[in-house]
Ligand binder design. Structure first.
Ligand SMILES: *Cc1c(COP(=O)(O)O)cnc(C)c1O
Length: 454
C-alpha cells in the first residue's frame, strides 16, 4: 500500500449530487467507485464531478501525435485518479475500445462513426468501459453484483455485450415483449451465461417501473448487491468524452497535413443526435476540459424538450412521442439536470445550437445522402445531418469543419433505411448476432413475478 499522501488525496475527484447543488449534500462527496457502483445519488440526484478537470496545455498539443488509447487515458485519468491505477486504466481502455472510431468525409461534412463496436451503436463505448471498470472496482468482493437494467432496445444490447463473461457480475435486462427489433432481441437475449433476459408483458415504462421497484425491495437487497447501468452512470458518461478529444485532434491534423478540403483550420464543431443527452453532456465535458471544439449542435426528433429550452429558457419535460429514431424518443432527458448543474442557460446558449427534425425530413435525408454520396445514414444520424441542414450549416459555404456523430450502424435499422436506399451491406458483428437464438423468460409486468425469476 502507498503511504498516505496529502497532495495526492487532494487531487482525488469527488462526486456530488445534482440535487444537493453540487457542494451541499453529503459532506465529503462520493468517490468515483461509489458514484459508479451506486449509479444514482442517495437523494435521487445525478452524480457530477466536483469540478471538470482541465488538461494541461502540453497534453492537448500532444493529442495531435497520440493514439486513441493514450488520449483515452489522459481524458479519463483525472476522473478516476486514486481509485483506478494508471496501468489498470490503460488495460481497461485497450480492451474496452478495441474497435475504431473513424472520422469519415461525406460530401461537405465529416461523420464521426461511433458504430464499429460489437452492438453497432455508440453505447458500446460507455457500456464496455463501465463493465471492465465495475469488475476492477469490485475485485476481492465475494457477494456477486446484480445489474438490473430496463431497455427500449439499444442500451440493453450494449450493456449485455459489455458485461458478457465479466466475472462476479450478473446482468438482468428487462425489455418490452414484442417491442424491440429481432436484431435487438438477439443482442439482449442471445448471449446466455451471466446475462439474463426478461421479456415483460408491457411497455418500456413498465420495465423501468419494475427496475425501480426492485431497487426499493428490502428482501432483494438482502440477497444481492444491486446496481444499475443506465446512461446516467458516470462510468458510462466519462468514457464518451474520449472520442470528442480524439476526433478534434484528427480533424486539426488533417486540416494541416492532408490538403483538407476546408479552408479553415478552425477547431471542429459537433452535431449530436440526442435523446437523454448523455452523449452531448460528454461532449461538453471534453469542451470544458479544453479540447479544441468550436460549437455543438443538439439535434433531436419531435421530442424537442431541450431545443425548446435553449430557445425559450423554459424547461417543460413531457411524455415522449414515437418516431423513426426510437433511441431518441425521450421527453424528459435524464441528463438535463447534469448539464444545468454545470452550466447556466446563458453559457449553454453560447456553445450549443438546438434544432429538431421531423420524421419526414429524416427519411428524405437518408434517401438524399445515399443518392448523392452513396453513404448510408441510420435514422438517428440522419436527424443530426438534417439538423445541420435546417440550421443552414454547410461546410462549403462555412469553411469550418462540422462532424455529425453517427450513433448507430444503418444496418441496425434496416427496416427503416433499406426502403429508402436499397440493400445495406451488413457488417460481420450484426451477421453474427442474427445467428444467435434468443432465450428469455416472459413475465407479467409486476414485481412479484420479477422477484420470482431473479
Ligand atoms: C442512445 C442513442 C442515442 C441518444 O443518445 P443520448 O446520449 O441518450 O442523447 C442516439 N442514437 C442512438 C443510435 C442511440 O442508441
Amino acid at each position: 500500500m502507498k503511504k498516505f499522501d496529502r497532495k495526492r488525496y487532494d487531487a482525488v475527484m469527488k462526486y456530488y449530487s445534482t440535487k444537493s447543488k453540487i457542494m451541499g449534500g453529503f459532506k465529503d462527496g462520493a468517490s468515483f467507485a461509489t458514484a459508479a457502483l451506486t449509479g444514482l445519488a442517495p437523494d435521487g440526484g445525478l452524480f457530477v464531478p466536483a469540478e471538470i478537470p482541465r488538461y494541461p496545455k502540453a497534453v492537448i498539443t500532444s493529442f495531435l501525435k497520440m493514439a486513441f488509447h493514450d488520449i483515452a487515458v489522459e481524458t479519463i485519468k483525472p476522473f478516476v485518479e486514486g481509485e483506478v491505477p494508471i496501468s489498470t486504466l490503460e488495460d481497461i481502455v485497450q480492451s474496452a475500445f478495441n474497435f475504431p472510431a473513424p472520422l469519415a468525409a461525406v460530401g461537405d461534412r465529416l461523420v464521426l462513426e461511433l458504430f464499429h463496436g460489437p452492438t453497432a451503436a455508440f453505447k458500446d463505448f460507455g457500456a464496455r468501459f463501465m463493465a471492465l471498470t465495475f469488475s476492477f472496482l469490485r475485485r476481492g468482493e465475494d457477494k456477486p453484483l446484480r445489474i438490473l437494467v430496463a431497455t427500449s432496445g439499444d442500451t440493453g444490447g450494449a450493456v449485455a455485450d459489455g458485461f458478457f463473461g465479466v466475472e462476479g457480475v450478473f446482468v438482468t435486462v428487462l425489455y418490452p415483449q414484442g417491442r424491440v427489433s429481432p436484431l435487438q432481441e438477439r443482442q439482449i437475449a442471445g448471449l446466455g451465461g451471466n446475462i439474463e433476459a426478461i421479456a415483460v408483458q408491457g411497455g418500456f415504462d413498465d420495465c423501468q417501473r419494475l427496475v425501480k421497484a426492485a431497487f426499493m425491495n428490502e428482501s432483494l437487497k438482502k440477497r444481492m448487491v444491486l446496481s444499475s447501468a443506465n446512461s446516467i452512470n458516470v462510468a458510462r458518461l466519462i468514457p464518451q468524452a474520449v472520442y470528442y478529444a480524439a476526433a478534434s485532434a484528427d480533424a486539426l491534423k488533417r486540416s494541416v497535413s492532408d490538403h483538407w478540403r476546408w479552408r479553415s483550420n478552425s477547431p471542429i464543431s459537433f452535431c449530436v443526435p440526442s435523446g437523454n443527452f448523455g452523449n452531448l453532456t460528454a461532449g461538453l465535458y471534453a469542451y470544458a476540459m479544453g479540447v479544441p471544439i468550436k460549437r455543438f449542435v443538439a439535434a433531436t426528433n419531435i421530442n424537442k424538450t431541450v431545443p425548446e429550452y435553449l430557445q425559450t429558457g423554459i424547461y417543460s419535460p413531457r411524455e415522449s412521442q414515437k418516431t423513426l429514431s426510437t433511441a431518441m424518443d425521450v421527453g424528459a432527458p435524464n441528463n438535463f439536470d447534469r448539464m444545468t448543474a454545470h452550466w447556466s442557460l446563458e453559457t449553454l446558449r453560447k456553445i450549443i445550437d438546438g434544432v429538431w427534425v421531423s420524421d419526414e425530413d429524416t427519411q428524405r435525408i437518408i434517401a438524399d445522402v445515399h443518392e448523392k454520396y452513396d453513404y448510408f445514414l441510420d435514422p438517428h444520424t440522419a436527424v443530426g445531418w438534417a439538423g445541420l441542414d435546417k440550421l443552414n450549416i454547410r461546410s462549403v459555404m462555412n469553411p469550418d469543419p462540422y462532424a455529425v456523430l453517427a450513433t448507430a450502424h444503418p444496418a441496425k435499422f434496416a427496416e427503416i433505411v433499406e426502403p429508402l436506399t436499397g440493400p445495406i451491406p451488413v457488417p460481420l458483428v450484426i451477421q453474427n448476432v442474427m445467428s444467435r437464438e434468443p432465450r428469455s423468460k416472459t413475465i407479467p409486468a409486476d414485481l412479484d413475478a420479477l422477484l420470482e425469476v431473479i
